[in-house]
Design a protein around this ligand. Structure first.
Ligand code: IPD
Ligand code: CA
Ligand code: CA
Length: 268
């Protein structure tokens, strides 16, 4: 099997092909979404709670992504936020959030992304987060270095909580939010500041490139985390899965190990 060097690591031919496919599909879906972002009002509906919205743009982007994957790799499985779980036989499963940051998108806030990962039996193999409004493409292949627009990125190495800039996010269920708010109330006096930008995939990508020192959130879904989590790991960060708080689903903390330890203590 041929190999190429990427961001300091060797990539198998299969991983290279998957990464190139993920990048090109993410850019194409991003272009479709950018048109919709600038266009007339979209049809929307509520999902799990009245605050959890989905639009025709989410569906159109996922439809495009699925079509492109299936056209090139018909035997792969696909898990997408809006289209569910399609089984495959190749051992590769794509994990897709076609539009991460839907609420920002619908309110005209330019902070949303396309997140595409491909997994094999060992977990995430390639991951791509594309931010169309900034035209920034974050990518990683397991065992390689994380990149932004092809250039290796550098994550924070901070150890001091008091000067750390922390990203987080909140779920759509109000009881979960009550528990998340209690954590923020405890944490805020202990850190430089907390950011809630509203798109988990970008939060992860920004942590990977040092725009945030660390990030945590409870209740993320596989499609929120698959690509961004790999990008963070490949940027040398720890990605730690932690217990639920209150009625939430389990959480994740991402950052340099000392900050992850400190955050894990602060979350309970
Ligand atoms: C949401 C965003 C948000 C995070 C939520 C996610 P969606 O994804 O990433 O930042 O706090 O947990 O569900 O619904 O916009 O794809
Ligand atoms: Ca999402
Ligand atoms: Ca989404």
């Amino acid at each position: 099997m041929g190999e190429r060097l990427s961001g300091g690591g060797r990539m198998s031919a299969n991983a290279t092909e998957l990464l190139l496919l993920a990048e090109s599909i993410a850019r194409e879906a991003g272009a479709l979404l950018r048109e919709a972002f600038r266009g007339p009002e979209l049809r929307i509906s509520a999902k799990s709670t009245p605050t959890d919205l989905v639009s025709e743009a989410d569906h159109a982007a996922e439809h495009l992504i699925r079509e492109r994957i299936t056209a090139t790799r018909p035997d792969d499985a696909v898990l997408g936020e809006e289209g569910g779980d399609t089984k495959g036989t190749s051992g590769i499963r794509w994990v897709v959030d076609p539009l991460d940051g839907t609420i920002n998108f619908l309110f005209g806030v330019p902070q949303w992304a396309v997140s595409i990962a491909a997994e094999d039996s060992e977990g995430a193999l390639v991951g791509v987060v594309y931010d169309p409004e900034r035209d920034e493409l974050f990518s990683a292949t397991r065992g390689g270095q994380a990149t932004l627009d092809g250039h290796p990125i550098k994550a924070s190495t901070k150890t001091d909580m008091a000067t750390a800039l922390i990203g987080t996010g909140f779920g759509y269920d109000s009881e979960v939010r009550r528990a998340q708010a209690a954590v923020v109330a405890r944490l805020l006096p202990e850190v430089r500041d907390i950011r809630r930008f509203g798109a988990a995939a970008i939060d992860l990508a920004w942590t990977a490139c040092g725009r945030l020192d660390a990030y945590y959130e409870h209740g993320l879904n596989a499609w929120d985390l698959a690509a961004g989590g790999l990008i963070c790991e490949c940027a040398g960060l720890e990605v730690r899965h932690v217990d639920p708080i209150g009625p939430s689903n389990p959480g994740v903390i991402v950052g340099p190990p000392t900050l992850v330890d400190a955050l894990a203590r602060a979350l309970v």
